[in-house]
Design a protein around this ligand. Structure first.
Ligand code: ARG
Length: 475
């Protein structure tokens, strides 16, 4: 930024200029400049409304719109830049307009305030970027679904407490992460309905005495309605806080996925191999291949949660209406947007390119006596109270541990020795339920891990994801 003469939108009633310390504290253009395209959109709508109100002649409107287009172009190609002397994005753009139009440029400020402008700009920015974020979430969902399709039948150890619990289809587990992300998209779409309210027309806090048309401005900017209360409109940052909650929740979801990917890639698990394109090495240990993408996904969730806390703390206790504290809303919001747009493509790439070690997964699926519940449920089907079945299988597990055997290795004689419940009868041996594929297929009710149910989920999720992609692209 070049060093120019200070540009301020106020000062008429001041005799002395602001101190350097105040100026440095006050300036926000270094971070709010990214709102310039949205501020210009709102300015075009405002110019039209001033014209319809009889406050801008037709030729003035034409010149105003021409100058706004020219300024927009100059901002985009970098010909027009904010200077350190511009207090904020609104100030810089008014300077650009005055440079192009002379005194006519000063007419645009009628009937609006930076208070309703900034609230509008941030909503426009977020509604636009939320669609991009949804597109990136759709890519991650698609990556997870693609891997799940490959592994709808691959048995894996399912865990609770990070201990082997029951076998699951690996695809089932991958889809669990995809479902969480579809809820995140739902939340953002629902957020968008509430964010689709235009603050423009609220002025500083009380509305305007000029015959403006807030509803027309709202419609032109793609909002569903104009705010019904000007004081609420300039003071409300719910939309920013709620967006930050959505972002933090996404952060938590990709962090949990990231943690699993880190575990899966470890020597101890060896469930996946991360593609070279998504791995890093060590500067000292030549053999290392690290899952940094997953670790950064986990790490970045910290700043997403922090941004939410930061804004909530700023808002807490603010009296109505606008207070300068509200300038602190933007950096957390921008950081959350940047963070998500940075991390989501990397995680999608890591998931879609990882190689799943099917043999390792299937070999370890029954480990840790993971079929014990199946055995107990077999006894229940034969009329044994679950309490007794649980106890009998518990004894069998201890017997196996003492004798260093797996459930699947037991002979009929050994089974009968532990409990008469396990003696083979006319319906065959209890050993028949001790197979992993049978255990998966048996969990065939809605929500269960049976490969058929996994394929049902994939079909339903593909429809959901298509609908989400269409929303992001079209609305
Ligand atoms: N830079 C300010 C913000 O981000 C714009 C609104 C300033 N309004 C005011 N009355 N000083 O909130």
């Amino acid at each position: 930024m070049a060093d120019n003469k200070p540009m301020r939108l106020w000062g008429g009633r001041f005799e002395g200029g602001p101190s350097d310390a105040l100026t440095r504290l006050s300036v926000s253009v270094q971070f709010d400049w990214r709102l310039a395209p949205y501020d210009l959109l709102a300015s075009r709508a405002h110019a039209r409304v001033l014209h319809r109100a009889g406050l801008l002649a037709q030729d003035e409107l034409d010149r105003m719109l021409g100058a706004l287009d020219d300024l927009d172009q100059a901002c985009r190609n970098g010909e027009f830049r904010p200077t350190v002397a511009d207090e904020d994005v609104h100030t810089a753009l008014e300077r650009g307009l005055l440079e192009r139009l002379g005194t006519l440029g000063g007419k645009l400020r009628a009937g609006r305030s930076r208070n309703d402008q900034i609230a509008t700009d941030l909503r426009l920015y977020l509604r636009d970027h939320v669609r991009t974020i949804v597109s990136r979430l759709v890519e991650l969902e698609t990556a997870l679904i693609g891997q799940a399709e490959e592994h709808a039948e691959t048995a894996a150890p399912g865990m609770t407490h990070l201990q082997h619990a029951q076998p699951v289809a690996f695809g089932h587990q991958l889809l669990a992460h995809a479902h969480a992300l579809t809820r995140d998209v739902d939340r953002l779409r629902d957020w968008d309905r509430r964010a689709a309210v235009s603050p423009l027309g609220s002025g500083a806090l009380a509305g305007s005495s000029l015959p403006l048309d807030p509803a027309a401005v709202a419609a032109e900017l793609g909002f569903d309605s104009a705010a019904p209360n000007s004081m609420d409109a300039v003071a409300d940052r719910d939309f920013a806080a709620e967006f930050l909650f959505c972002a933090a929740m996404i952060g938590v979801h990709i962090s949990r996925l990231g943690e699993e990917l880190v575990l899966w890639a470890s020597q101890e698990f060896r469930w996946i191999e991360v593609d070279d394109a998504y791995s890093t090495g060590s500067s000292i240990m030549p053999q290392k291949k690290n899952p940094d993408v997953a670790e950064l996904a986990r790490g970045k969730s910290g700043r997403l949660i922090g941004s939410l806390m930061s804004l909530l703390t700023t808002l807490k206790g603010l009296p109505l209406t606008y207070n300068r504290d509200l300038q602190e809303d933007k950096e957390p919001v921008f950081d959350a947007v940047d963070t998500l747009l940075l991390v989501l493509p990397a995680v999608s790439g890591m998931v879609s390119t990882m190689r799943v070690n099917k043999a390792k997964l299937e070999a370890s699926a029954p480990d840790g006596f993971a079929l014990a519940t199946d055995l107990a449920e077999l006894l229940v089907r034969q009329g044994v109270p679950f309490r007794e079945a649980h106890e009998a299988v518990g004894h069998l597990v201890v017997w196996c541990q003492v004798n260093d055997k797996d459930l699947g290795e037991l002979t009929d004689e050994e089974l009968a020795k532990v409990s008469p419940y396990f003696a083979s009868g006319p319906d065959g041996s209890v050993r028949d339920v001790l197979n992993v594929q049978g255990a998966l297929a048996a969990r065939a009710a809605r929500g269960g891990t049976a490969p058929d149910r996994v394929r049902d989920q994939i079909a339903a999720l593909r429809e959901t994801v298509d609908d989400q992609a269409a929303w992001a692209n079209e609305s």
